[in-house]
Write a protein that binds this ligand. Structure first.
Ligand SMILES: [Zn+2]
Length: 219
């Protein structure tokens, strides 16, 4: 079963307390305990803003009943406060989580233009993720959100680098038409695409994505 085309990017919270510093392995365990075959979300964003990969984007998720096919699920860790308990979900994302969400959603929209950015509660009877995602995203898009921070330049990546920053670079190059798949591994194909991208943009074609290449890539 394929997950294409992606029509919705769905934001969630993990329905855990703000002081619980959980990550993808914790959520995967919770979901395996439910009898699922993997973590239900495609991305997890930790309290410190770290983006972790869950399911492959090409795999159908398990995060929103009735809309799992053709959607990507992003889960920010948190949503509950000790004071109000488990039955009241709130938006207690950290600034780092908000900034990471903005960057991730923009990357995903570059790959899936036309996808709608919505909250779980827009598609199903739930409080998740504790805020109105459509209006929040509209405010981000017009630049009026107070949470928009100046994007920091990611670390330098090169041949054999791995991880989320590699995926970000690959997505950005793919969106510009370069022949590269966002698999998170900086292999020969990514290096070749990087050199092409650098040559086309007047950068030194060293195949290493440092601050100057990032600035163009993220600009
Ligand atoms: Zn949810």
């Amino acid at each position: 079963m394929t997950n294409a085309p992606v029509r919705f990017i769905v934001l969630h919270y993990s329905s855990t307390y703000a002081d619980q510093d959980l990550g993808v392995e914790d959520i995967r365990k919770m979901h395996l305990d439910r009898g699922w075959n993997d973590v239900g979300y495609h991305y997890i964003i930790k309290r410190d803003g770290t983006v972790q990969k869950g399911r492959a984007d090409s795999a159908v998720g398990a995060h929103v009943a009735g809309h799992n096919t053709g959607s990507l699920g992003i889960c920010c860790i948190g949503g509950l406060e000790r004071a109000t308990g488990p039955n009241v979900g709130v938006d207690n994302r950290t600034d780092a989580q908000k900034a990471a969400t903005i960057r991730l959603v923009r990357d995903l929209l570059a790959t899936h233009p036309g996808a709608q950015v919505v909250g779980h509660r827009d598609l199903a009877p739930t409080l998740c993720p504790g805020f109105d995602v459509r209006s929040w995203w509209a405010s981000v898009d017009t630049g009026s959100a107070s949470t928009v921070t100046t994007p920091e330049i990611p670390p330098t990546i090169r041949r054999s680098s791995r991880g989320q920053h590699v995926i970000t670079a690959q997505r950005r190059m793919q969106a510009r038409g370069y022949d590269v798949a966002p698999d998170g591994i900086f292999g020969p194909q990514t290096e070749a695409a990087t050199r092409q991208f650098q040559r086309a943009n007047g950068l030194s074609a060293d195949g290493i994505i440092g601050p100057k290449s990032w600035a163009v890539l993220l600009g």
